[in-house]
Design a protein around this ligand. Sequence first.
Ligand code: NI
Length: 530
Amino acid sequence: MEFFLVNKRSLPNMAPDRPLITAALAFAVLLGLLLMATRPPGLLTADSAQSTDELSGSEQEEALPPAEGGPGGQTVVDPGAVAGLQEEKLSYDGPVDTSVTYPVLPNADPLTEYLERELSAEVAAFEDADHGADSYEADWNLTAARQGLVGVRIAATESGSGGERERFSTYWYDTEQGQVYGSTHLFDDQEALTALDTLAREEVGEDADTSGMYPISALYDSIGFGPDGDLVVEFDAGQVAPAAQDRMHAVLDHSEIEPLLSDLGTRAHEAATVGVDTFEIAEAPDTAGDDPLGTAPGTISPDDDSVDCTDTETTCVALTFDDGPGGGTPQLLDTLDEHDARATFFVTGHPVQEHPETLRRAYAEGHEIANHTLNHPDLTSIGAGDATMDLSSTQALVLRETGYEMDLMRPPYGATDGGVATVTQDMGLAQILWSVDTNDWRHRDADKVADTALDGADDGAIILMHDIHSTTITAAEEIVRELESSGVEMVTVTQLLGSTEPGESYMDGVPDPEEGDEENADEGADASDG
Ligand code: NI
């Protein structure tokens, strides 16, 4: 153990004495009736009794003080109980007025560094996403500090062209591993997070617009427990209800979500449901090991091992849709879902702002999201600074909606040159052109689009379409049905190409050293809208 937990106070009336659990539970029922008016039942259930199990014998003798927190909120730890706790102010060099603070605990450098990095990235993403960004303020509290676990909740208010918005995040720090985990790590896996999403949809009810709710990390990034052990999920303003509406949150009974929790989630529950008398991290963490929990639930990869496109027996095709999302995109997503097909969406900034729920859905359903700029300019004609700004905006918009950092982009009109290559290389983005142009924007003829796509659907093809045209949405039904019945795998661009090099351009997934990429890029640029 690298920390001390000392219970100075003894409050026999507030927690059951372990050898007398039966009597204590009976007492709890009585006390529960008395407390019913102010607190939900369950305050003194077996859960609270269990939470003393891991303490050493002498510690069990003494009862813990009750956890505290407001109604419908996470537990709030008294900062005075945490030895050496200090507050740091984020120094941010940018045009946005920032007033951001975060906690600094002795022997918790990885937490401090993480918070500094994460909060800077949040402010930077706000600045990139909103050119009217004005100010960003954030404050913190600890929501757990016990048994090697620290919960940090950040409440931020950003003020920009959309007015004021509140955002919440809760991070979980393991003091021995020196690892910081996002809130979705409180859940066992993607399936458990999906079950939580279903419960949360029911719970937020009529006040919310649940059409934007998906089991992704960007939505479930502030989860903790209240003093009574109930799970509290907080949503950012505008995520599941109009931004002007009050803080949206869901409170779920612990018994409902208990089977879904990871070990970390169980520890967080135990830590948040008792008060803290004294907490100290006695030693710096041993950070030699890798992150033992791996990918967080709610982080959806555009790549997985369900399809192996390098297998010569397998025919892989990447369907790509540009310039959206549009009003017809949900119908397209239905079609793809029906036929077990994945696609890549090269999104532009304004449609993302108009249809954030569709973007989240596409991401949640395993499709790849890629950058197609904010304003759809010809990147070869606007200079490196403007090109960077244009791409950064969409990068930030998608990050804020999904938590996903895109690593592919498509230059509008397929127009690229050395300057664009440098910009995209610096941003970590590979350039994806195409090998089949359906010219769907020109023809607006579903049959013609379907014929062109199906004619060109050879192994390794990247097929260009636009999901902002209803004729393309209609054509996709035939394309996907036909390809499925002929055994073609419809994959994301990343599944098709494997790993890609930032700045490089790719037009298909066919290895062919004789066919230079640049030549193909020019061909694409002349031929299409992109
Ligand atoms: Ni385009």
